[in-house]
Ligand binder design. Structure first.
Ligand code: FES
Ligand code: FES
Length: 213
């Protein structure tokens, strides 16, 4: 049969004949050519344990699972949002061991034994965290998608200032103090598509005042 004599029907017939023959071949011969699949069937999972919002959790995870996916897909803590999944928007901000991080940029297995706080762990509808309350008071959101990340970041920002950790906006390294410029700089990794920035800063300013009072 020449090349131009091949029809769709003859190709399908030929393919079926090869498929029928495969089990008669050795495993090595039957293995498909080309690059190995991204994940081998039966590849080992990793056991990971951490404390999330005060509760100890144990998971079996593909080692490539990000902390963000572990929280959202495995623990169903969907307060933490996936915006860009590339470390650019801050919607996924959570606190690990008291420090804020982008949970989309870190693997869950890297945090075995650590303590994670998400927006669900800050307060409850009945007993809001002061930062959550201030965001409501100052209308610090519109669609709300960035808000959990903004609130987690804002809580950590006040702790950073209190601990004397300087930022690029700090003028006197011996005296790290609250200012709108400090907040703008420190919150610059949290993008708000709705541009609620003046209200977000007002909410953080109120909380800073409460902390100092
Ligand atoms: Fe993590 Fe955007 S989802 S930074
Ligand atoms: Fe809509 Fe910030 S409130 S993205």
């Amino acid at each position: 049969m020449t090349a131009d004599q091949w029809t769709r029907r003859s190709l399908l017939r030929g393919g079926a004949a090869v498929a029928t023959a495969v089990p008669l071949l050795g495993q090595a011969q039957a293995a498909p050519a080309g690059p190995a699949p991204a994940r081998q069937e039966g590849a080992p999972m990793n056991a990971v344990s951490f404390t999330v919002n005060g509760r100890e959790v144990h998971l079996q995870l593909d080692p490539r699972t990000t902390l963000l996916d572990a929280l959202r897909e495995h623990l169903h803590l969907t307060g933490t949002k996936k915006g860009c999944d590339h470390g650019q928007c801050g919607a996924c901000t959570v606190m690990v061991e008291g420090r804020r991080i982008n949970s989309c940029l870190t693997l869950a297995v890297m945090h075995d034994g650590e303590s994670v706080t998400t927006v669900e762990g800050l307060g409850t509808p009945e007993k809001l965290h002061p930062m959550q309350r201030a965001f409501i008071t100052h209308d610090g959101y519109q669609c709300g998608y960035c808000t959990p990340g903004q609130i987690c970041s804002a809580v950590a920002v006040l702790e950073e200032i209190e601990a004397g950790i300087p930022s690029h906006a700090t003028e006197d390294l011996d005296h790290v103090a609250f200012s709108d410029a400090e907040v703008r700089e420190r919150m610059s990794g949290n993008i708000c598509r709705c541009a609620a920035y003046p209200n977000i800063i007002a909410a953080i300013r109120e909380c800073a005042g409460e902390k100092q009072a």
